[in-house]
Design a protein around this ligand. Sequence first.
Ligand code: CP
Length: 305
Amino acid sequence: MMLRKKDLLGLKDLTKEEIEDILDNTAAMKEAFVSGETLDSLKGKCVATLFYENSTRTKNSFETAARFLGARTLSISVATSSVQKGESLIDTGRTLDALMTDIIVIRHSMAGTPALLAKNVRSSVINGGDGMNEHPTQSLLDLFTMREKFGTIKGLKVVMVGDIKHSRVARSNLWALGKLGAETTVVAPQTLLPKGVEELGCEVSYDLESAVAGANVVMGLRIQLERQKAGLFPSISEYGDEFGITRDKLVACPDALIMHPGPVNRGIEITSEITDGANSVINEQVTNGVAVRMAVMDMLMSDAV
Ligand code: CP
């Protein structure tokens, strides 16, 4: 399978068919990954991870996926790299090109940074999360997890609760779930909702307990604790009381799949009981993340342009 693109910068730019092709390829990759079968579609290639923000899941998942496909990996530690001496993003990218990198996975706090890098390097660029813009591979693994459980995304009722405004995961998911025919509802205090969010095709609610009625999926999003300092919600405990995912608030959707991209603030946006409960697929999401990243890199390199 091929992805007729040099880079993966966001899901806004992909068609429904391209997203479905990635999910189909992910299914094959997952079989190989969980059975421990290494593949060689990236043999001779080099994958660099360039993370200007912290990460546990995304960075390690890309590196695991790259090695499973037979690639060399380069992990650039921004804290100890020449970025600290003032080297620009583009010069860092061109240095990676000169080190014969084929794929650069980048995470940056500024929206649009992966697109800027992509225009200036030979390597394929994959967005590992840019500011408040997109986190495409997180959304793809979310979609894959839903499709694996329900067989289809079309017609699913998906509720996302939390800091929608600052969430690149929410944005990528809203683009993709809309294309694939899911019904989406976002739940948050007014201050954590971006203006015009309805234009992304979702319903808006300020009441989690009623919004989840009949939901197939309830997805918690990380409360970015640093936002609380900006006065966007009164206190952590009041946020948890109103918008935290608890057993009491899920009465109207007892069978809903519980998802969260991680890292989880236990006891704030979701209780430990729900995080570790029978309906939670939070750890499966992490495993699926490796498979989806294998699929994306395999497809980008099948059609290197
Ligand atoms: N979900 C996610 O992006 O996690 P990390 O920040 O650990 O990569």
